[in-house]
Design a protein around this ligand. Structure first.
Ligand code: NAD
Length: 488
């Protein structure tokens, strides 16, 4: 099987220079654990502090740069990502385990995000002349409301979307005139480095963008604790998000959290069943279920419950699980051995708590030693742990609903609130669902996973905290408002 180049230059980028670290680590291919993808430098607290200092020193100058300057930088990064999407998609598929077409699409999306924010630098971001001009309550006084950059932002990313998530944090941060310290997840250092390498050649002043790779406990925590980091944008698990929230708010730093989900796809009796099964397969199992937007709860109206489960079972039987680079494979491996063991433990938990096994949930052997698992489906009760906790793997459950109202109640009966979908031909129910699902994003007759790059992304309840990411709304996090009064 294909073994690509080992990336050995994967180092920190601090104050415009590439730096090694005292310790190193390796990342391996989850489709073939005999393949080392990268040997990378692991930063410590000292290097993280140096990156924060560099970002802090670079901020005053960058924060007053023209929109044209920022747009040019972002456009250049976006253009290179788009031009190299196949090559970088290959790296992503090797390091993270997404199947190649999904990986290429993710890199392209990261490119589109940078392109979008190149325009956003002009369209009313900080320093771009946007804002409001209002009449004052007092005669002869003029009032302006403008947006300004925040300062140094610490960006902490998860492993499951190692180009897209960093892109939708870095691009708005830079577009709005902030300086950046970016910490990728340790599972995917080569992806973080490849993105940083492109950014390093985009004519940014030294220190405006910095990369530090290392553990969450040391590097991530240093960003959370530093009094010189003005804002933190975190995407990851609810448990770590809680820690970041506590640390950041204790020192009154601005914080934005995007966390896990237990997203529901509701299937009503009047739905196009084939489409509903498609939505379930894509939403729950593609990317091996390792998506915050995965529909791990399939809530199905009783009248079509058995037919839906039978059709879904047939589709799961036919799904091809294998090496992420193999043509025709639909689901790659899960991220690592620990997660595979965790998912298999969830299968045991499901059986023990009495959920009815429909299909899958077994470790699979393939030609290469990877972390493969067959997509698992159970019939569950609302109180079962598999119906309540995020698993973040290829395991979904079906919950039976008596009617639409019951389905909606089940959908909202969760501590999470990222996204929810409904498959129905009833306009009345679709409209009601869009209004009453307690989530940040709703989908009608579409999979829960799969979103655009130019509109807000994020969740409510336990899934999110603070303003949304992406699109024009990103300005709400990456800028601060100033009100200016003038005697006219
Ligand atoms: P994780 O919480 O383990 O790690 C996320 C990041 O936090 C990593 O970079 C990690 O090194 C860092 N970190 C760990 N400890 C830290 C600490 N004490 N201080 C600061 N940073 C620390 O999550 P993960 O396993 O990388 O990602 C999977 C999770 O991410 C899932 O729960 C998934 O739902 C969520 N996710 C959410 C979204 C979203 O937008 N809502 C998108 C993708 C993934």
């Amino acid at each position: 099987m294909f073994h690509g180049e080992i990336h050995q230059n994967v180092r920190q980028y601090i104050n415009g220079r590439w730096e090694t670290s005292a310790t190193t680590g390796v990342s391996t291919n989850p489709s073939d654990t005999s393949e080392v993808v990268a040997e990378y430098a692991r930063a410590d607290r000292r290097q993280t502090d140096a990156a924060i200092r560099a970002a802090s020193d670079a901020f005053p100058h960058w924060s007053h740069s023209t929109p044209q300057r920022r747009a040019d930088v972002l456009d250049r990064i976006g253009a290179e990502l788009l031009a190299r999407k196949d090559e970088l998609g290959l790296l992503l598929a090797r390091e993270e385990g997404k199947v190649l077409p999904e990986a290429v699409a993710e890199v392209a999306r990261a490119g589109q995000v940078f392109k979008f924010f190149a325009g956003e630098a002009f369209r009313g971001g900080a320093g771009a002349g946007g804002g409001e001009s209002l009449a004052s309550a007092r005669a002869g006084v003029q009032v302006d409301v403008t947006r300004e950059p925040l300062g140094v932002v610490g960006l902490i990313a998860p492993w499951n979307a190692p180009f897209a998530v960093p892109a939708w944090k870095i691009a708005p941060a830079l577009a709005h005139g902030n300086s950046v310290v970016f910490k990728p997840a340790e599972r995917v250092p080569a992806c973080g480095w490849a993105l940083a390498e492109i950014i390093s050649r985009a004519a940014l002043p030294a220190g405006v963008f910095n990369l530090v790779m290392g553990s969450g406990r040391e590097v991530g925590q240093a960003l959370v604790d530093s009094p010189h980091v003005d804002a933190l944008s975190f995407t990851g698990s609810a448990a770590v998000g809680e820690r970041v929230l506590r640390g950041a708010t204790a020192r009154r730093a601005r914080v934005q959290l995007e966390m896990g989900g237990k997203n529901a796809l509701v299937v009503l009796a009047d739905a196009d069943l084939e489409r509903a099964v498609d939505c379930a397969v894509q939403g729950a199992y593609f990317s091996a279920g390792q998506r915050c937007t995965a529909s791990s709860r399939l809530i199905v109206e009783a009248a079509v419950h058995d037919a839906f489960v039978a059709r879904l079972r047939e589709r799961l039987k036919a799904l091809r699980v294998g090496h992420a680079l193999e043509r025709g494979v639909e689901i790659g491996p899960v991220a690592d051995a620990e997660r595979l063991a965790g998912h298999l433990a969830w299968v045991d938990i499901a059986r023990t708590e009495g959920a009815e096994h429909v299909w899958g949930g077994e470790a699979l052997e393939r030609a290469t030693a990877g972390h493969y698992m067959s997509p698992a489906l159970f019939l569950a009760e609302p109180g079962h742990r598999i119906a309540r906790e995020e698993i973040f793997g290829p395991l979904a459950c079906v919950l039976r609903a008596t009617d639409y109202e019951h389905a909606l109640a089940l959908c909202n009966d969760t501590p999470f609130g990222l996204c929810a979908g409904i498959c129905t031909n009833s306009l009345k129910h679709a409209m009601h669902f869009r209004r009453h699902a307690e989530v940040g994003m709703t989908m009608v007759n579409l999979p829960t996973a799969g979103v655009d790059f130019h509109v807000p992304f994020g969740g409510r309840k336990g899934s999110g905290y603070g303003p949304r990411e992406q699109g024009r709304h990103a300005a709400e996090f990456y800028t601060q408002v100033k009100t200016g009064y003038m005697l006219a």
